[in-house]
Design a protein around this ligand. Sequence first.
Ligand SMILES: [Zn+2]
Length: 378
Amino acid sequence: MKTSIQLGKIIGIPVRLHISFLLILPLFAYAFATINAPSGEWMQSHTFGLMNTPLGFGSVEDLLIRYTSGTLVTLTLFSCVLLHELGHSYVAKKYGIVIKSITLIIFGGIASMEEIPPDPKIESKMAIAGPSVSLTIGLSFYFIYRLLEFVALDVMSIFVGMLAFYNVLLCGFNLLPAFPMDGGRLLRSWLAKRMSYIDATHKAAWVGKTFALMMGIFGLFYGGFWFILIAFFIYIGASEEEKATEVTVTLRGVKVRDIMTTDVQAVKPDMLVSELVDLMFKEKHMGYPVVDDNVIGIVTFHDIRQIPPEKRDTMRVEDVMAHDIISVGPDEDAITALKLLSKHDIGRLIVMEDGIMVGIVSRTDLVRSLELLGQMRL
Ligand SMILES: [Zn+2]
């Protein structure tokens, strides 16, 4: 399912909008339009009052102005989130790290990297860039807010004051020492100077998960729906980061050639589907390349499962096989194969060298080598 839409490109990076954003936009606009703080009740029960800036347009009389301003400030804030992500991306680009895309989601943004940074020092510079951008924006608006305060406390100054506060909050929130927050990355790069990258990731992920659990428990007892939601988000993020790093680091340097199966049994296009079913049960392989001089397709258990048993004696492999062959070269990285498998949501890739099939690499091959390599490392 497509979960995000592309807005455009900035410094060559596609900027995407996650669908959760469309949901959260009216909620934020509503909240910003109605919060009446710092003079309101909301402020007294929260301790974010240090900057003493307004947090919403609740004090504005005119309903139309209130809601228009709420919407405008929401859009401006998300532009600030985008600037935060561009901060990360700019530093990444400087070190030659490819940023695939920036996605604006429910809690802010995500800049997805093509690979993990090769050096913890670079990772920490990248991680700190985003919060630095947010802090700079926040403090600049704070300065303007303090100047405006001498003039009058009108809609404009509320607007500026909110941008000041929420950008500083965004900086602070991102510095939480928990994946996928920037603070989690800073913690990992700090640890990675003292231990292996994998161990540093495990430790940082542990901190992130513990943090998320504590936050979730706090939310349960003190009734904070947002805390539970953010805790959940951090917990999932920490686990995913841990898994992804483990796979990437373990498969580093491993080529498709090292893990592919070379004695590939192929089937002919005119083979009956019923014969193929027998072969599958006998060989316990779930997919076969279809070869007629050249590889012309691939047929899997998934393709034949759809054929009713009474038709299996008349239909042939060429009628049910998939024609678009997704292949990989033997000297490509195993991680590339893994990415192709998940991108196309398939179980196996054909390994082609100079137009000839030299092997097959399946999900099972990858999982098996991950397990073996993982054990060797211990
Ligand atoms: Zn960030």
